[in-house]
Write a protein that binds this ligand. Structure first.
Ligand SMILES: NC(=O)C1=CN([C@@H]2O[C@H](COP(=O)(O)OP(=O)(O)OC[C@H]3O[C@@H](n4cnc5c(N)ncnc54)[C@H](O)[C@@H]3O)[C@@H](O)[C@H]2O)C=CC1
Ligand SMILES: O=C1O[C@@H]([C@H](O)CO)[C@H](O)[C@H]1O
Length: 308
């Protein structure tokens, strides 16, 4: 069977760290061209824009988007207009309206679209979801803290409108929570702590609930120490479930559980391949909706300026 010919837009940190290695490791895909404004990608044809790639480049069947969320909507629309399947990094767009429009446009074009909530593919997530399915949930505590200087060095876009600030990693925790919890979640209150010289928050405290008033709290921090804290603890009548290391580790009442051996991005691309084969899409809006709601109802507290 012919591999899916893949183009990639935005050869930056995550493309280099995760996407290109995952693509090369999956024989169902062949990376044939990159469009980027930074350093070129070795071994493939490089272009300065998606338009140039589509016009002058090799034939592609699908395109992966690893650009910042600002401006990504127009880029994905360009690919859809050319009839390409699309894999879109998180957050899918800079606004909820743009993401909703992409869902419709993918359906109208009859191609496959994936909003790649990569944390949902962490090794412990499905085992956690299976365990929780028959339990009585009492409370959820989310702590998602990392160093922006480590994971987004020199990336000014993350502090600009549409860059989401600490919600850029925080949305990963929300993507896990919305995948694990059966009912829709609502933001009851939030405090967004915004540095004087930034347009987006460096830290946030969020209180959420579901229709059964499950108490869900989240603490996000982008100015955390070198050792990340990416954990979700779910207290149930039957015991305590805990995900650590972004969902790579799962424990129940303190006992480590067996988890998948597959990495997040290998699973993301395997899922994308399956969607294309099945002529369907997976474009969940809920994590972005919770971020939008946090910005709607969140109080703002000014904090000291941030310098990279
Ligand atoms: N940095 C990380 O650890 C992770 C980032 N992500 C997500 O991936 C996305 C990108 O993040 P990073 O790779 O860290 O950012 P980055 O700033 O390192 O890379 C963005 C790349 O896009 C290119 N670019 C920007 N506009 C373009 C355009 N119009 N046409 C072609 N190329 C363009 C830039 O030249 C740059 O190479 C974000 O949505 C982020 O949330 C996801 C997982 C982890
Ligand atoms: O999506 C993201 O993941 C973190 C970090 O790469 C952990 O995977 C990063 O801050 C954020 O963009």
């Amino acid at each position: 069977m012919q591999p899916i010919r893949l183009g990639l837009v935005g050869y930056g940190k995550i493309a280099q760290d995760q996407h290109v290695p995952a693509i090369h490791a999956n024989p169902a895909f062949q990376l044939v061209a990159v469009a980027t404004q930074g350093q070129p990608c070795a071994g493939v044809e490089n272009f300065r824009s998606l338009g140039e790639l589509l016009e002058n480049g090799p034939q592609v069947d699908a395109i992966a988007f690893c650009t910042p969320p600002q401006g990504r909507f127009a880029l994905v629309q360009q690919a859809l207009a050319a009839g390409k399947h699309v894999l879109v990094e998180k957050p899918p767009c800079a606004t909820l309206g743009e993401a909703m429009a992409l869902v419709e446009q993918v359906r109208e074009q009859g191609v496959s679209g994936l909003f790649a909530w990569h944390s949902r593919y962490a090794p412990g997530i499905e085992a956690a979801r299976d365990w929780l399915a028959s339990r009585t949930l009492q409370s959820v505590q989310i702590d998602w803290k990392e160093d922006v200087r480590k994971w987004h060095p020199g990336q000014a876009w993350i502090w600009q409108p549409g860059g989401l600030g600490v919600f850029d990693p925080g949305i990963n925790a929300l993507s896990i929570a919305t995948h694990l919890l059966a009912l829709p979640l609502f933001v009851e209150s939030a405090e967004l702590r915004v540095p004087d010289n930034c347009q987006s928050p460096i830290a946030a405290s969020i209180k959420m609930a579901d229709a059964r008033h499950l108490d869900i709290r989240a603490e996000f921090d982008f100015d955390h120490g070198h050792d990340e804290l990416w954990s979700i603890e779910i207290r149930c009548a039957e015991g305590v479930l805990r995900l650590d290391n972004g969902g790579a580790l799962l424990s129940i009442d303190g006992v480590r559980q067996a988890v998948s051996e597959e990495g997040e991005y290998a699973a993301v691309y395997r899922h994308f391949q399956q969607l294309i084969n099945d002529k369907t899409s997976d474009m969940d809006l809920q994590p972005l909706r919770l971020v939008a709601d946090s910005f709607f109802v969140g109080s703002r507290a000014a904090v000291e300026p941030f310098y990279d």
